[in-house]
Design a protein around this ligand. Structure first.
Ligand SMILES: Cc1cc2nc3c(=O)[nH]c(=O)nc-3n(C[C@H](O)[C@H](O)[C@H](O)COP(=O)(O)O)c2cc1C
Length: 198
């Protein structure tokens, strides 16, 4: 196990390059969760900030995923940039963002997302069943009597941070399909790396 480069620098550089190359995944990630019974689920999310000590995401607390996150269920976040041919699998503790940051970010969301966040409070939790699509569209039509700019973040709108513990990098930029795979581990101070069989 050797002292390693900072894998977060690498993700940030790759993300900037992915954006330049119009990679459709540049601002996305895939969050896998296991609930306390071991049932797995995975979904696409907008990848917000990739900071030196955390990644941030925005979700709604009415979704079943919030139960899993807030009860300490297992989580892994995957980033795949085909434009730069690198995959990152990130693990770490998740925690809720501070209320001020949530509120501030929420105001900048597109109108459609703002209405949807209010629908969860009015109609039912995210991912719950409704009789038909018209039930949803009529609820949104009713909400549209209020301008999106005048809406406040509902209490269910939240943001979460994943604080890095490990980053598993798979780099496909090598000849003969001899990929480079390394596990980076953060000890609170610096990163260590271990080479894995890809
Ligand atoms: C491109 C894309 C971006 C998405 N971004 C988000 C997001 O930032 N936050 C979110 O809660 N759901 C987002 N979703 C929807 C989720 O994938 C998922 O369908 C939703 O969160 C409900 O899933 P769950 O309640 O089972 O977790 C996105 C979906 C796609 C396809």
């Amino acid at each position: 196990m050797g002292k390693a480069m900072d894998p977060i620098d690498r993700i940030q550089t790759d993300r900037a390059q992915a954006r330049r190359l119009n990679d459709p995944n540049a601002d996305l990630c895939f969050l896998a969760l296991a609930d306390l019974e071991g049932k797995a689920s995975v979904r696409t999310l907008v990848l917000r900030e990739v900071e030196d000590d955390h990644i941030s995401l925005f979700i709604n607390k009415t979704s079943p995923k919030w139960q899993v996150i807030s009860s300490g269920g297992d989580a892994e976040l995957l980033i795949w940039y085909s434009s730069v041919q690198r995959q990152y699998r990130i693990r770490g503790a998740m925690e809720e963002m501070d209320a001020g940051t949530i509120k501030e970010n929420w105001q900048r969301r597109p109108a459609g997302s703002k209405y949807l966040d209010h629908v969860y409070d009015q109609l039912g939790p995210q991912s719950s069943f409704i009789p038909d699509r018209a039930t949803l569209t009529s609820e949104i039509a009713a909400l549209k009597s209020t301008k999106a700019d005048d809406l406040e973040a509902p209490p269910s709108a939240t943001g979460v941070l994943m604080r890095y513990h490990t980053v598993d990098m798979l780099d496909l930029n090598h000849e003969d399909r001899i990929h480079d795979r390394q596990l980076f581990t953060f000890d609170g101070n610096s990163w260590r790396s271990q080479v894995r069989i890809p």
